[in-house]
Design a protein around this ligand. Structure first.
Ligand code: COI
Length: 349
Protein backbone atom coordinates (compact mmCIF):
# COMPACT_ATOMS: atom_id res chain seq x y z
CA UNK A 1 0.00 0.00 0.00
CA UNK A 2 1.22 3.48 -0.85
CA UNK A 3 0.69 5.84 2.09
CA UNK A 4 0.73 9.62 1.87
CA UNK A 5 -0.24 11.37 5.10
CA UNK A 6 -2.14 14.64 5.04
CA UNK A 7 0.10 17.67 5.53
CA UNK A 8 -2.90 19.74 6.61
CA UNK A 9 -5.07 17.50 8.84
CA UNK A 10 -8.45 18.92 9.89
CA UNK A 11 -9.02 16.69 12.91
CA UNK A 12 -8.28 19.52 15.37
CA UNK A 13 -11.27 21.44 13.97
CA UNK A 14 -13.70 18.50 14.30
CA UNK A 15 -16.20 18.89 17.16
CA UNK A 16 -17.59 15.44 18.05
CA UNK A 17 -20.46 17.14 19.93
CA UNK A 18 -21.56 19.14 16.94
CA UNK A 19 -21.74 17.55 13.51
CA UNK A 20 -24.33 16.12 11.17
CA UNK A 21 -24.24 12.79 9.34
CA UNK A 22 -22.41 12.49 6.07
CA UNK A 23 -21.05 15.95 5.36
CA UNK A 24 -17.72 15.91 7.19
CA UNK A 25 -14.99 13.64 5.88
CA UNK A 26 -11.95 12.32 7.69
CA UNK A 27 -8.44 13.39 6.71
CA UNK A 28 -7.69 10.45 4.42
CA UNK A 29 -9.22 8.18 1.82
CA UNK A 30 -8.33 5.02 -0.06
CA UNK A 31 -8.15 4.91 -3.84
CA UNK A 32 -7.17 2.17 -6.28
CA UNK A 33 -7.41 2.30 -10.06
CA UNK A 34 -8.26 -0.47 -12.51
CA UNK A 35 -7.03 -0.53 -16.07
CA UNK A 36 -5.65 -3.01 -18.60
CA UNK A 37 -7.56 -5.76 -16.83
CA UNK A 38 -6.07 -5.33 -13.37
CA UNK A 39 -6.17 -3.30 -10.18
CA UNK A 40 -3.14 -1.11 -9.43
CA UNK A 41 -1.66 -0.16 -6.05
CA UNK A 42 -3.94 0.68 -3.16
CA UNK A 43 -3.20 4.24 -2.03
CA UNK A 44 -4.03 5.84 1.30
CA UNK A 45 -3.95 9.56 0.54
CA UNK A 46 -5.31 12.85 1.92
CA UNK A 47 -9.08 13.18 1.44
CA UNK A 48 -10.03 15.54 -1.36
CA UNK A 49 -11.36 15.99 -4.89
CA UNK A 50 -10.09 13.92 -7.81
CA UNK A 51 -9.75 15.00 -11.45
CA UNK A 52 -12.53 13.51 -13.61
CA UNK A 53 -14.28 14.60 -16.77
CA UNK A 54 -18.07 14.82 -17.36
CA UNK A 55 -17.52 12.15 -20.04
CA UNK A 56 -16.68 9.60 -17.35
CA UNK A 57 -18.80 6.47 -17.88
CA UNK A 58 -19.81 6.15 -14.23
CA UNK A 59 -21.53 9.53 -14.43
CA UNK A 60 -23.24 8.92 -17.75
CA UNK A 61 -24.36 5.31 -17.42
CA UNK A 62 -24.42 4.83 -13.67
CA UNK A 63 -21.98 1.95 -13.59
CA UNK A 64 -21.33 2.44 -9.88
CA UNK A 65 -22.01 0.62 -6.63
CA UNK A 66 -21.20 1.18 -2.98
CA UNK A 67 -21.26 -0.19 0.53
CA UNK A 68 -22.20 1.27 3.90
CA UNK A 69 -20.52 0.06 7.07
CA UNK A 70 -19.31 1.38 10.40
CA UNK A 71 -16.41 1.39 12.84
CA UNK A 72 -17.03 1.86 16.57
CA UNK A 73 -14.84 3.07 19.43
CA UNK A 74 -15.43 1.53 22.85
CA UNK A 75 -14.93 3.18 26.27
CA UNK A 76 -11.26 2.20 26.30
CA UNK A 77 -10.67 3.66 22.86
CA UNK A 78 -10.45 0.28 21.09
CA UNK A 79 -11.80 0.35 17.55
CA UNK A 80 -13.91 -2.35 15.87
CA UNK A 81 -15.38 -2.91 12.44
CA UNK A 82 -18.74 -4.70 12.33
CA UNK A 83 -19.02 -7.78 10.06
CA UNK A 84 -16.85 -6.25 7.30
CA UNK A 85 -16.63 -9.57 5.47
CA UNK A 86 -20.36 -9.28 4.69
CA UNK A 87 -19.79 -5.95 2.95
CA UNK A 88 -16.82 -7.42 1.10
CA UNK A 89 -19.00 -10.23 -0.24
CA UNK A 90 -21.81 -7.86 -1.15
CA UNK A 91 -19.73 -5.25 -2.98
CA UNK A 92 -18.44 -8.02 -5.22
CA UNK A 93 -21.97 -9.29 -5.86
CA UNK A 94 -23.01 -5.76 -6.78
CA UNK A 95 -19.91 -5.34 -8.95
CA UNK A 96 -20.60 -8.59 -10.83
CA UNK A 97 -24.23 -7.63 -11.48
CA UNK A 98 -23.07 -4.29 -12.92
CA UNK A 99 -20.34 -5.96 -15.01
CA UNK A 100 -17.58 -4.33 -12.98
CA UNK A 101 -14.39 -6.03 -11.77
CA UNK A 102 -14.49 -7.53 -8.28
CA UNK A 103 -12.15 -6.12 -5.63
CA UNK A 104 -9.73 -8.32 -3.69
CA UNK A 105 -9.94 -8.98 0.04
CA UNK A 106 -6.60 -7.24 0.45
CA UNK A 107 -7.93 -4.10 -1.24
CA UNK A 108 -11.21 -4.08 0.65
CA UNK A 109 -10.36 -5.27 4.16
CA UNK A 110 -6.76 -4.03 3.98
CA UNK A 111 -7.94 -0.63 2.75
CA UNK A 112 -10.63 -0.38 5.42
CA UNK A 113 -8.28 -1.25 8.24
CA UNK A 114 -5.58 1.14 7.02
CA UNK A 115 -8.03 4.04 6.66
CA UNK A 116 -9.75 3.43 10.00
CA UNK A 117 -6.39 3.06 11.73
CA UNK A 118 -5.00 6.25 10.19
CA UNK A 119 -8.15 8.27 11.00
CA UNK A 120 -9.07 6.61 14.31
CA UNK A 121 -9.10 9.98 16.08
CA UNK A 122 -12.12 10.87 13.94
CA UNK A 123 -14.25 8.09 15.44
CA UNK A 124 -16.53 9.63 18.03
CA UNK A 125 -16.77 7.73 21.33
CA UNK A 126 -20.05 6.74 22.90
CA UNK A 127 -23.04 4.56 22.10
CA UNK A 128 -24.96 5.86 19.12
CA UNK A 129 -21.89 7.33 17.45
CA UNK A 130 -19.54 5.70 14.97
CA UNK A 131 -17.55 6.24 11.84
CA UNK A 132 -19.64 5.57 8.73
CA UNK A 133 -17.48 4.10 5.99
CA UNK A 134 -18.33 4.25 2.33
CA UNK A 135 -16.44 1.92 -0.03
CA UNK A 136 -17.43 2.41 -3.68
CA UNK A 137 -16.52 1.30 -7.19
CA UNK A 138 -17.28 3.42 -10.25
CA UNK A 139 -16.48 3.42 -13.95
CA UNK A 140 -13.92 6.06 -14.92
CA UNK A 141 -13.31 5.48 -18.61
CA UNK A 142 -13.69 8.66 -20.67
CA UNK A 143 -15.91 7.43 -23.48
CA UNK A 144 -19.56 7.84 -24.37
CA UNK A 145 -20.15 4.45 -25.96
CA UNK A 146 -22.82 2.65 -23.95
CA UNK A 147 -20.82 -0.44 -23.03
CA UNK A 148 -18.88 -1.92 -20.13
CA UNK A 149 -16.13 0.44 -19.00
CA UNK A 150 -12.49 -0.60 -19.14
CA UNK A 151 -11.41 1.65 -16.29
CA UNK A 152 -12.63 1.90 -12.70
CA UNK A 153 -11.81 3.38 -9.38
CA UNK A 154 -12.28 1.71 -6.00
CA UNK A 155 -12.37 4.27 -3.20
CA UNK A 156 -13.16 4.38 0.52
CA UNK A 157 -14.16 7.54 2.33
CA UNK A 158 -15.34 7.91 5.92
CA UNK A 159 -17.56 10.31 7.82
CA UNK A 160 -18.36 10.52 11.55
CA UNK A 161 -21.90 9.37 12.28
CA UNK A 162 -24.61 9.50 14.85
CA UNK A 163 -28.18 8.26 14.48
CA UNK A 164 -29.50 9.02 11.07
CA UNK A 165 -33.24 9.23 11.76
CA UNK A 166 -34.13 9.61 15.40
CA UNK A 167 -37.83 10.20 16.03
CA UNK A 168 -40.41 7.63 14.85
CA UNK A 169 -41.43 8.45 11.28
CA UNK A 170 -44.51 8.17 9.08
CA UNK A 171 -44.14 6.06 5.95
CA UNK A 172 -46.20 5.85 2.80
CA UNK A 173 -46.89 2.39 1.38
CA UNK A 174 -46.30 2.78 -2.33
CA UNK A 175 -49.13 1.69 -4.60
CA UNK A 176 -47.43 2.88 -7.76
CA UNK A 177 -43.64 3.31 -7.60
CA UNK A 178 -41.19 0.48 -7.01
CA UNK A 179 -37.60 0.47 -5.91
CA UNK A 180 -36.68 -2.59 -7.95
CA UNK A 181 -38.02 -4.74 -10.77
CA UNK A 182 -37.85 -8.45 -11.51
CA UNK A 183 -34.62 -9.17 -13.31
CA UNK A 184 -33.26 -5.78 -12.31
CA UNK A 185 -30.55 -4.63 -9.92
CA UNK A 186 -32.51 -4.37 -6.66
CA UNK A 187 -30.26 -6.78 -4.78
CA UNK A 188 -27.16 -4.83 -5.83
CA UNK A 189 -26.17 -1.73 -3.92
CA UNK A 190 -26.21 0.11 -7.23
CA UNK A 191 -25.96 3.90 -7.11
CA UNK A 192 -28.88 4.15 -9.55
CA UNK A 193 -31.26 2.41 -7.14
CA UNK A 194 -30.90 5.39 -4.84
CA UNK A 195 -31.30 7.93 -7.65
CA UNK A 196 -34.54 6.22 -8.67
CA UNK A 197 -35.90 6.37 -5.13
CA UNK A 198 -35.55 10.13 -4.65
CA UNK A 199 -38.53 11.30 -6.73
CA UNK A 200 -41.13 8.95 -5.15
CA UNK A 201 -39.70 9.88 -1.74
CA UNK A 202 -40.10 13.57 -2.57
CA UNK A 203 -43.75 12.93 -3.49
CA UNK A 204 -44.24 11.09 -0.19
CA UNK A 205 -42.62 14.01 1.67
CA UNK A 206 -45.09 16.39 0.00
CA UNK A 207 -47.90 14.25 1.44
CA UNK A 208 -46.40 14.47 4.93
CA UNK A 209 -44.54 11.14 5.01
CA UNK A 210 -40.83 10.85 5.73
CA UNK A 211 -40.27 7.61 3.86
CA UNK A 212 -41.75 5.17 1.37
CA UNK A 213 -42.42 1.48 1.94
CA UNK A 214 -41.52 -0.02 -1.40
CA UNK A 215 -43.85 -2.70 -2.67
CA UNK A 216 -43.32 -5.25 -5.44
CA UNK A 217 -43.34 -3.92 -8.98
CA UNK A 218 -45.95 -6.28 -10.42
CA UNK A 219 -48.81 -6.17 -7.88
CA UNK A 220 -47.83 -3.63 -5.18
CA UNK A 221 -49.31 -6.10 -2.73
CA UNK A 222 -46.13 -7.09 -0.90
CA UNK A 223 -43.63 -5.14 1.19
CA UNK A 224 -40.07 -5.13 -0.13
CA UNK A 225 -37.99 -2.43 1.58
CA UNK A 226 -38.49 0.93 3.20
CA UNK A 227 -36.50 4.02 2.24
CA UNK A 228 -32.90 2.79 2.16
CA UNK A 229 -33.66 0.06 4.70
CA UNK A 230 -34.94 -3.49 5.06
CA UNK A 231 -38.30 -3.71 6.75
CA UNK A 232 -39.67 -5.68 9.73
CA UNK A 233 -43.28 -6.06 10.88
CA UNK A 234 -44.39 -7.37 14.27
CA UNK A 235 -47.83 -8.93 14.59
CA UNK A 236 -48.53 -9.99 18.18
CA UNK A 237 -45.19 -11.53 19.23
CA UNK A 238 -44.00 -12.76 15.82
CA UNK A 239 -41.80 -10.74 13.54
CA UNK A 240 -41.93 -10.93 9.78
CA UNK A 241 -39.49 -9.75 7.14
CA UNK A 242 -39.58 -10.41 3.40
CA UNK A 243 -36.99 -12.88 2.08
CA UNK A 244 -34.05 -11.38 0.23
CA UNK A 245 -34.31 -11.81 -3.51
CA UNK A 246 -33.12 -10.29 -6.75
CA UNK A 247 -35.20 -7.26 -5.72
CA UNK A 248 -34.37 -7.00 -2.02
CA UNK A 249 -30.97 -6.06 -0.64
CA UNK A 250 -29.34 -8.59 1.67
CA UNK A 251 -28.84 -6.12 4.51
CA UNK A 252 -26.20 -6.80 7.16
CA UNK A 253 -28.37 -5.12 9.82
CA UNK A 254 -31.36 -7.21 8.66
CA UNK A 255 -29.35 -10.41 9.04
CA UNK A 256 -28.06 -9.27 12.46
CA UNK A 257 -31.61 -8.51 13.67
CA UNK A 258 -32.79 -11.96 12.61
CA UNK A 259 -29.96 -13.61 14.59
CA UNK A 260 -30.58 -11.42 17.64
CA UNK A 261 -34.34 -11.98 17.58
CA UNK A 262 -33.89 -15.75 17.43
CA UNK A 263 -31.41 -15.53 20.30
CA UNK A 264 -34.10 -13.80 22.37
CA UNK A 265 -36.50 -16.63 21.50
CA UNK A 266 -38.65 -14.41 19.27
CA UNK A 267 -40.36 -16.19 16.39
CA UNK A 268 -39.03 -14.79 13.11
CA UNK A 269 -40.84 -15.55 9.89
CA UNK A 270 -38.94 -14.81 6.70
CA UNK A 271 -41.77 -14.82 4.21
CA UNK A 272 -43.61 -12.45 1.87
CA UNK A 273 -45.37 -9.75 3.91
CA UNK A 274 -48.60 -8.63 2.28
CA UNK A 275 -49.95 -5.09 2.59
CA UNK A 276 -53.37 -6.65 3.25
CA UNK A 277 -52.10 -8.66 6.23
CA UNK A 278 -50.44 -5.57 7.74
CA UNK A 279 -53.50 -3.36 7.26
CA UNK A 280 -55.82 -6.01 8.72
CA UNK A 281 -53.48 -6.41 11.70
CA UNK A 282 -53.50 -2.65 12.23
CA UNK A 283 -57.31 -2.65 12.19
CA UNK A 284 -57.65 -5.53 14.69
CA UNK A 285 -54.89 -4.23 16.98
CA UNK A 286 -52.46 -7.13 16.49
CA UNK A 287 -49.97 -4.96 14.56
CA UNK A 288 -47.53 -3.92 17.26
CA UNK A 289 -44.56 -2.50 15.39
CA UNK A 290 -43.20 -1.79 11.93
CA UNK A 291 -39.63 -0.63 11.51
CA UNK A 292 -36.77 -0.30 9.08
CA UNK A 293 -33.16 -1.34 9.63
CA UNK A 294 -29.98 -0.31 7.89
CA UNK A 295 -26.36 0.43 8.61
CA UNK A 296 -26.68 4.20 8.65
CA UNK A 297 -29.88 4.44 10.68
CA UNK A 298 -29.68 1.13 12.64
CA UNK A 299 -33.44 1.27 13.39
CA UNK A 300 -36.14 3.61 12.25
CA UNK A 301 -39.42 3.01 14.06
CA UNK A 302 -42.59 3.86 12.15
CA UNK A 303 -45.43 5.68 13.85
CA UNK A 304 -47.92 5.70 10.98
CA UNK A 305 -48.49 3.96 7.66
CA UNK A 306 -50.10 5.81 4.78
CA UNK A 307 -52.07 3.70 2.32
CA UNK A 308 -54.44 4.81 -0.45
CA UNK A 309 -55.32 8.10 1.26
CA UNK A 310 -55.66 6.65 4.77
CA UNK A 311 -53.21 7.21 7.62
CA UNK A 312 -53.01 4.25 9.97
CA UNK A 313 -51.46 5.06 13.33
CA UNK A 314 -49.14 2.64 15.14
CA UNK A 315 -48.50 2.41 18.87
CA UNK A 316 -45.22 3.91 20.13
CA UNK A 317 -43.85 1.32 22.52
CA UNK A 318 -41.33 1.96 25.30
CA UNK A 319 -38.02 0.06 25.18
CA UNK A 320 -39.22 -2.72 27.54
CA UNK A 321 -42.14 -3.55 25.25
CA UNK A 322 -40.57 -2.84 21.87
CA UNK A 323 -38.89 -5.62 19.90
CA UNK A 324 -37.43 -3.04 17.51
CA UNK A 325 -35.75 -1.02 20.26
CA UNK A 326 -34.63 -4.06 22.31
CA UNK A 327 -33.03 -5.68 19.29
CA UNK A 328 -31.44 -2.38 18.36
CA UNK A 329 -29.99 -2.18 21.86
CA UNK A 330 -28.63 -5.74 21.63
CA UNK A 331 -27.00 -4.87 18.33
CA UNK A 332 -25.55 -1.55 19.44
CA UNK A 333 -24.14 -3.20 22.60
CA UNK A 334 -22.30 -5.75 20.48
CA UNK A 335 -21.10 -3.12 18.02
CA UNK A 336 -19.77 -0.90 20.81
CA UNK A 337 -18.10 -3.75 22.73
CA UNK A 338 -20.51 -3.34 25.62
CA UNK A 339 -21.56 -6.97 25.60
CA UNK A 340 -20.36 -10.43 24.59
CA UNK A 341 -19.95 -11.06 20.87
CA UNK A 342 -21.67 -14.46 20.57
CA UNK A 343 -21.64 -14.47 16.77
CA UNK A 344 -18.06 -13.20 16.28
CA UNK A 345 -19.20 -10.01 14.55
CA UNK A 346 -16.60 -7.56 15.84
CA UNK A 347 -13.26 -7.19 14.05
CA UNK A 348 -10.66 -5.25 16.02
CA UNK A 349 -8.62 -2.69 14.10
C1 COI B 1 -26.86 2.40 4.71
O1 COI B 1 -27.60 2.19 5.68
O2 COI B 1 -25.64 2.15 4.69
C2 COI B 1 -27.45 2.95 3.51
O3 COI B 1 -27.32 2.40 2.48
C3 COI B 1 -28.11 4.24 3.64
C4 COI B 1 -27.31 5.28 2.96
C5 COI B 1 -27.75 5.41 1.54
C6 COI B 1 -27.31 6.58 3.70
Amino acid sequence: MIIQKSATPRIATFDPQNFSFGDTFTDHMIICEYENGKWGDVKLIPYGPLPFTPAMMGLNYGQACFEGMKAYKDDEGEVFLFRPEKNFERINKSASRLAMPEVTEEMFLGGLKALVDMDREWIPQGVGTSLYIRPLIFATEEVLKARISNKYMFAIVATPAKSYYTEPVSVLISDFYSRAASGGVGSAKAAGNYAASFYPTQLANQQGYEQVIWTDDSTHEYFEESGTMNVFVRINDTIYTPPTSEKILDGVTRDSFIHLAKRRGIEVRIEPVSVKKVIEAQKDGSLKEVWGVGTAVVTSVFRALGYKGEKLELPTLPLEESFALSLQQDLVNIQNNKSEDPFGWRMKV
